[in-house]
Design a protein around this ligand. Structure first.
Ligand code: DAH
Length: 344
């Protein structure tokens, strides 16, 4: 083993002397001095020598290692090391451009679609009143879209809603109201939910109609919920979204799933009620449908109609967005024309 160590030392010396670059020397460092290098391999065998030989061989091995290490360090000083590339840097990275003061390219940044913006604004108002957000399926059962909402098969009020059927009893929902039923089937009062989502109707597309649009549904059920609660909550909503000076009025209406039912108008926020093109010279703008939940609907979900009352409402998001942003054609929302969308 002594001999082998001496040979290793000799060989290392020769190889180091003939190395011609920093990198070559470093390779030799690994070959001889690394943890599994030639010298370490020898040293690992010292333990198997007779006991009286070990100290001497050990000393020699250490000596060889020191020598080789010294030679390698010396040799490294002979060569310049290519530590780093040269050139202008930004955050440590070499940049190709010769002039790093030229302004960079700004990555395009998008923003929320106006419909999403309005949806979030409305959710924000109602969440401060304790409403949480729930979503339901866009492909819906006929039972939820109509029957459970007190719209029987032959009822004429199905006509304007009658929609795209996927199968006999499966359709694209024509409003967000079916989610009311799903919520009440899944939970007991008190309930305060807001239900945003896409809806579908076989309408001929024009400036104010589209086969797909967005609604937001609201539902509150508890003991002692009254029409006064409905009016208070919806008036707060109107003021928060359309401005504090806006007035509301409720006109009798009809929906199969509410009794009594009402349409809510807001005073025209453009002409302040004087009469203009937006409000059709009436000073009022219809904004949503609402009412007290019909007991038939509670029966469909198994709620105690003596104990609980509630109100519901539904509004069209596009309509709110068109009024707020002054947009006169609903089709603009869905054409993905960036010249339009960038304005919001
Ligand atoms: N679902 C109705 C529609 O699409 C809107 C609506 C009216 C929803 C009155 C309601 C309500 O919850 O109480 O025209």
């Amino acid at each position: 083993m002594k001999k082998r160590l001496q040979q290793i030392q000799k060989k290392a010396k020769e190889e180091i002397a003939s190395a011609s670059s920093w990198e070559m020397v470093d390779k030799l460092r690994i070959k001889y001095l690394a943890r599994r290098g030639l010298i370490a391999q020898e040293m690992s065998q010292i333990g198997s020598l007779p006991e009286d030989e070990r100290p001497e061989v050990g000393r020699l091995a250490n000596e060889v290692r020191k020598q080789v290490s010294r030679l390698i360090n010396e040799a490294k000083t002979r060569f310049p090391r290519k530590f780093r590339q040269v050139g202008p840097r930004i955050k440590g990275q070499i940049v190709k451009s010769k002039d790093i003061t030229i302004p960079g390219k700004r990555p395009p940044q998008g923003h929320l679609h106006p419909i999403t913006q309005i949806t979030e604004e409305i959710i924000d108002v109602f969440s401060r009143l304790g409403f949480s957000v729930v979503e339901g399926p866009e492909v819906e059962l006929e039972y939820y879209n109509f029957t459970a909402l007190n719209i029987p098969r032959d009822h004429p009020s199905r006509d304007p809603y009658d929609t795209f059927y996927v199968k006999e009893d499966v359709l694209l929902r024509s409003h967000t109201s079916p989610v009311q039923i799903r919520v009440m089937e899944a939970a007991q009062p008190p309930i305060r939910v807001l239900i945003p989502g896409r809806t579908y109707r076989p309408d001929t597309v024009d400036a104010t109609h589209h086969f797909m649009f967005h609604q937001i549904e609201g539902l509150m059920v508890d003991e002692d919920v009254s029409m006064a609660d409905l009016k208070t909550v919806l008036s707060i909503f109107a003021r928060e979204v359309f401005g504090f000076e806006v007035k509301t009025r409720f006109r009798p209406s009809f929906f199969p799933f509410t009794e009594p039912s009402a349409d809510m108008d807001i005073s025209c926020f453009l002409c302040k009620g004087k009469g203009c093109a937006v409000c059709g010279q009436t000073g009022w703008i219809e904004i949503l449908g609402a009412g007290m939940v019909d007991p038939k609907v509670f029966e469909a979900v198994g709620y105690d109609t003596e104990k609980y009352t509630g109100f519901a409402f539904g509004l069209g998001v596009e309509r709110v967005a068109m009024l707020k942003f002054g947009i006169d054609d609903i089709r603009l929302f869905f054409e993905d024309d960036l010249r339009f969308l960038r304005q919001f």
